[in-house]
Design a protein around this ligand. Structure first.
Ligand code: FES
Length: 236
């Protein structure tokens, strides 16, 4: 058995925020998401969290687990259970710095506002092509790492600058800007770099590496941010 200690909050009652605990059976092959589904299915149907794909693709079940941002569907219990079989408590909280709507569900709109601000789409002034835009394997490889982002917000909500300054674009926005700035088919790099040069842009990054450590896709986020900073320096 594992004890789940879960941060609860329901805007429709007057209890405010509080901790709730659930005793849940587990196997080393379970993922944290299995335990949450058990708690909701058998112990308390009001427990609220997001999840969809259950395979680390949609990014909807990002949460803080023992203080670190993780996807519940990727966190294997064998990595959480002590080898000596002693009882264990796992603390689960909503992502930090985003408004909590209910229990483990946060409002993602501020996160997506920053995402939209960096124009995360191909900008090209030419005529619409009648066939795909050709790109060499070498040019495609230039931004391959940053195409892996699933917009889970693990990186942005682990960033201490974002905790203090919600207006800061945050690492996920920079990752998605990088994905287009270095795409040889795109013509919007100057426009995006101008946006990222803003007071809420890349220069506020303090290189703490929290983003890189929390990314469930293994994206080298701090390196991507450094590449955007370098592009800004050479663009001027
Ligand atoms: S449920 Fe889709 S990433 Fe975890």
């Amino acid at each position: 058995m594992v004890t789940l200690r879960i941060a609860r909050f329901n805007p429709e009652d007057d209890k405010g925020a509080y901790w709730d605990t659930f005793e849940v059976p587990t196997l080393p092959t379970d993922r944290l998401l299995n335990l949450l589904l058990y708690a909701k299915g058998y112990l308390d149907g009001t427990l609220t969290f997001r999840r969809s794909c259950a395979h680390g693709v949609c990014g909807s079940d990002a949460m803080r687990v023992n203080g670190l941002n993780r996807l519940a569907c990727k966190l294997l219990m064998k990595d959480m259970l002590p080898k000596d079989g002693k009882p264990v408590t796992i603390t689960v909280e909503p992502l930090k710095a985003l408004p909590v709507l209910k229990d483990l569900v946060v409002d993602m709109e501020p996160f997506f506002d920053a995402h939209r601000a960096i124009k995360p789409y191909l900008i090209n002034s030419g005529h619409e092509p009648t066939r795909e835009r050709i790109q060499s394997a070498h040019d495609r490889a230039r931004f391959d790492d940053t195409t892996k982002c699933i917009l889970c917000a693990c990186c942005t909500s682990s960033c201490p600058v974002y905790w203090n300054e919600g207006s800061y674009f945050g690492p996920a926005a920079f990752v998605n800007a990088h994905r287009f700035i270095f795409d040889s088919r795109d013509e919007g790099a100057a426009e995006r770099l101008d946006i990222l040069n803003d007071v809420d842009g890349v220069w506020r990054c303090r290189t703490t590496f929290n983003c890189t450590e929390s990314c469930p896709r293994g994206i080298k986020i701090t390196q991507a941010i450094a590449e955007v900073k370098r592009a800004l320096l050479f663009a001027r």
